[in-house]
Design a protein around this ligand. Structure first.
Ligand SMILES: *Cc1c(COP(=O)(O)O)cnc(C)c1O
Length: 375
C-alpha cells in the first residue's frame, strides 16, 4: 500500500505575518538585467535570497534565463545543490579551512582571494583526486574581499592549474560605488579589472567568465558588464527600473479604543494625540522590523496609512488605526510594491536610516514565506 498522497501545493493559509514573494517579478528583473547589460546573469541568492527564500529565488531566476547561481558562503551553496539546483554555482566568502571537499564533490565553484586559500583548495583537490573550479577574486578598488596580492595569487593559480589541481574558470571583481555611476572610482575599477584579466591571461590562464558588475553596475555601467553580471538585490526589485517582488503583511491581532493622551508601549515614548483605536501587529524587531524609526513610519490598513505608535517591541508593534478603527483580523501591509499606496521597503529603509537591502534581509525566520500565493 502506498502512503497517503500529500497535497503538493495547498493554498496559502497563513494566519500570521507573511512575506509574499512574486516570482514573476523576480523573473522580470532577471530579464531586465540581461537585456540592459547584454551579459549572462548570475542570480545571487545569499542571505536566503534577499529574504525571498534562496531556493525559490534561484529557481525563478533560472527559469527566466539566469545561467549561474551565486552565494556568499559555501553552506549556502551546499544547501542549494542538495535542494537539486544543478546550475553552475559560485560562492565567494570562505574561511581558509573551509569544507573544500564538499565544494569539490558538489561541483561548487569557489572564489579565491589569497595564496593561502589557493593552497588549501589545491591540497583538498589532491586528496580527492578532483580538480577545483576557482574564480580569482581581484581587488578592483574596494579593499574588502578581493586579493590583497594579485600577482602572487595569479602565479600560485597558474602553478596549481599546471599541476591539474585547479581549473581557473573565472576572474571576478566588485565595485564600491556603482550606485554613483559618474564616480571616478567606477572607471578606475573597470581599468583595474581589465588589467587583472590581462595579467591572468599573461600567466597562461584562460578564464571563461569575467565578472565585475553587481546589480547597480549591471544596470548603470555598460563598460562593467563583461561576460556575466551578478544580480542579488535586483532579483527582489532593488535597483533602478526593477519590479519589487516582496510584500510583508501582518494581521491585526488585537484592537483597543483609547482616549487622547494614552501612553503606548515600552518607555511610554509616544502618546495618542486624539481619541483613537490602537491596533496590534504580531511583528517586531526580532522579525526584522527596524526598532529605530522616524515617527512618520507606518503601515497600510484598509487602504489608509496608519502610523506606528511607540516603540517597536521584539515581537509586536502598535499602530494608530484612527478613530474609525479597524476590524480584528484585518491584514496590514507593512511594505509592498507601493502600487496600492502602501509603504515600500525603500520607505522603511528611509525611516530607519538604512538601505532596502538591510530591510529585506532582516525579515526573520518566523515570518512565513508565501511564494506566488502558496505557502
Ligand atoms: C552581494 C554581492 C553581489 C550582489 O550584489 P547586489 O548589489 O545585491 O546585486 C555581487 N557580488 C558580490 C561579491 C557580493 O558580495
Amino acid at each position: 500500500m502506498s502512503a497517503l498522497p500529500r497535497a503538493a501545493a495547498a493554498p496559502a493559509t497563513v494566519a500570521g505575518p507573511a512575506l509574499h514573494v512574486d516570482s514573476t517579478a523576480i523573473a522580470a528583473n532577471v530579464r531586465r538585467a540581461a537585456a540592459v547589460s547584454g551579459a549572462a546573469v548570475m542570480a545571487v541568492v545569499k542571505a536566503d535570497g534577499f529574504g525571498a527564500g534562496a531556493e525559490a529565488a534561484a529557481r525563478a531566476a533560472l527559469a527566466a534565463g539566469a545561467t549561474w547561481i551565486g552565494t556568499a558562503t559555501l553552506d549556502e551553496a551546499v544547501a542549494l545543490r542538495r535542494a537539486g539546483i544543478a546550475a553552475p554555482l559560485l560562492c565567494w566568502l570562505l574561511p581558509v579551512d573551509a569544507a573544500w571537499e564538499a565544494a569539490l564533490r558538489l561541483r561548487i565553484d569557489v572564489a579565491i582571494a589569497s595564496v593561502a586559500h589557493l593552497q588549501a583548495v589545491a591540497e583538498a583537490a589532491g586528496r580527492c583526486g578532483a580538480r577545483a573550479r576557482v574564480h580569482l577574486h581581484v581587488d578592483t578598488g574596494m579593499a574588502r574581499d578581493g586579493a590583497p596580492d594579485r600577482s602572487a595569487l595569479i602565479t600560485a593559480a597558474a602553478d596549481a592549474e599546471r599541476l591539474g589541481l585547479v581549473e581557473v574558470v573565472g576572474v571576478m571583481g566588485h565595485l564600491a560605488r556603482a550606485d554613483e555611476p559618474a564616480d571616478a572610482s567606477n572607471a578606475a575599477g573597470v581599468v583595474a579589472f581589465r588589467s587583472a584579466v590581462a595579467a591572468v591571461e599573461a600567466a597562461g590562464l584562460r578564464p571563461a567568465v569575467r565578472h565585475l558588475a553587481a546589480t547597480e553596475a549591471a544596470l548603470r555601467l555598460p563598460d562593467a558588464a563583461f561576460d556575466l553580471v551578478r544580480i542579488g538585490a535586483g532579483l527582489v526589485g532593488i535597483g533602478p527600473g526593477l519590479r519589487p517582488a516582496l510584500t510583508l503583511t501582518a494581521p491585526v491581532v488585537l484592537t483597543r479604543v483609547v482616549p487622547a493622551g494614552t501612553p503606548v508601549g515600552y518607555g511610554h515614548t509616544a502618546r495618542t494625540e486624539r481619541d483613537t483605536v490602537l491596533a496590534l501587529l504580531p511583528l517586531g524587531y526580532a522579525d526584522g522590523l527596524p526598532r529605530r524609526i522616524e515617527p512618520e513610519a507606518g503601515v497600510q490598513l484598509d487602504g489608509r496609512r496608519c502610523r506606528v505608535l511607540g516603540r517597536v517591541s521584539m515581537d509586536q508593534t502598535v499602530v494608530d488605526a484612527g478613530p474609525e478603527g479597524v476590524r480584528l483580523g484585518t491584514t496590514a501591509v507593512v511594505f509592498g510594491t507601493g502600487a496600492g499606496g502602501e509603504p515600500t521597503a525603500a520607505d522603511w529603509a528611509r525611516w530607519a536610516g538604512t538601505i532596502e537591502h538591510d530591510v529585506v534581509t532582516g525579515i526573520g525566520a518566523r515570518v512565513a514565506r508565501v511564494l506566488d500565493g502558496v505557502r
